[in-house]
Ligand binder design. Sequence first.
Ligand code: TRP
Ligand code: ZN
Length: 458
Amino acid sequence: MKRLLALTTAIAIALPFTPAAADSPDSPGSQGAGDPYFPLQGNGGYDARHYDLTLDYDPGTRVLKGTATISARSTQALSRFNLDLSKTLTVASVTVDGTAARFTHEGDELAVSPASAIAAGKPFTVAVAYAGKPTHIVDPDGSKEGWIRTPDGVFNANEPEGAKSWYPGNHHLTDKAGYRFTVTVPSDRVAVANGSLVSQNTAMGRTTYVWVAKEPMASYLTTVSIGDFTLTDTTVGGLRTIVAVDPEHAAAAKNLAQRHGPVLAYFSGLFGPYPFSTTGAIVDNAPGVGYALESQTRPIYPKVPDEVLLSHELAHQWFGDAVTPERWKDIWLNEGFATYAEWMWADKRGATPLSTAFSRAYARTADDRFWQIPPADPGNAKQLFKDAVYVRGAMTLHVLRKEVGDKAFFTILRTWVAHHKYGNASTADFVALSKKISGKPLDALFDAWLVKPGKPAL
Ligand code: TRP
Ligand code: ZN
């Protein structure tokens, strides 16, 4: 189906073409946000502001019934606009501002034609009713993401493109929005999402959980995970900390909520205040997933995290979640930073000195393929989560710190978060900020560490 969409574009370009007038019937939003690694991810022509997702899931039948009500604002006149949604799900109806709209669903693109075109710069609401048996997505690198079924429910992790497997949206990382999740499951299961739990009501054997994530969030950081969880809702270091644990992990997770306190306090001192109003964790029993994800305010883990993994996912709350890359190729801004924070926490708690972490990483010999991937552009979607993105990214920060000194280095990190919190930023933005704050010409350093393949000299 992607081929079909590409063909449509080619024909449109080949035909003589007059730019559409503002209220012309022919002014569709683009079907992708223009990310070179994921060309059809996200959509053009509008900005999603808020998602109200009402979901009903039965782990027995595996049927998901959903209504997504999305408040958006057009950024151009729209005769038509797209949402990303897996074809596995069947759309029953679409309305725009309460009026039925025509739609087509080809590939993972739901194209909506409102009864009358939307003018540029106008708020509008699109509501999509859909249902089906969601299935996970296999990443370009072969790992599973999205709606990943477990024996008792769902392990839901959505980086980089899993969100479309369970709800329609503008699923590129540049379109952040607030969320409300209303999730109904059988009463012997628990549904956990991002943000605050605002209510929980049981009637006729089913329980509805309402979660509100008020700070802007990229859709790859959303989660609605379902299972036989035990929920604890406590205050740790002044922050609401909601932890959901699969019974399989109950013993090992005993003090997990409390363990967040020292890590978040340490990082707040280094990076500036924790950027969200809640925190916590989802610890699921998901054999075969093999990774954790920094879902906003509530990372999801396939086992109880050790200090290394806990600190990694919590550091992402600043680097990745509050400040999100502009393009997927900027992913080292997430992984390099979280890895460096992991190293700093290991140093702080006396496990591994920072200099040891750096020299161990640098000890890879020059012929190691590791050095062939430059963190600032790992090359393609398949290489997004390669070691070099994490480890060479972290080494870059260490070398930068040595070059500019601690004072400038931490001013750079704090300013980075303060300036871009709830938004997006690029590698070029980081380089420019580092030069500005340090007053040093850092081009050679960043070029060697981020851009050029090969092992940089020290
Ligand atoms: N971003 C995750 C982390 O904290 C890792 C991750 C997400 C990942 N999706 C993935 C790793 C897919 C491998 C494959 O590091
Ligand atoms: Zn990470």
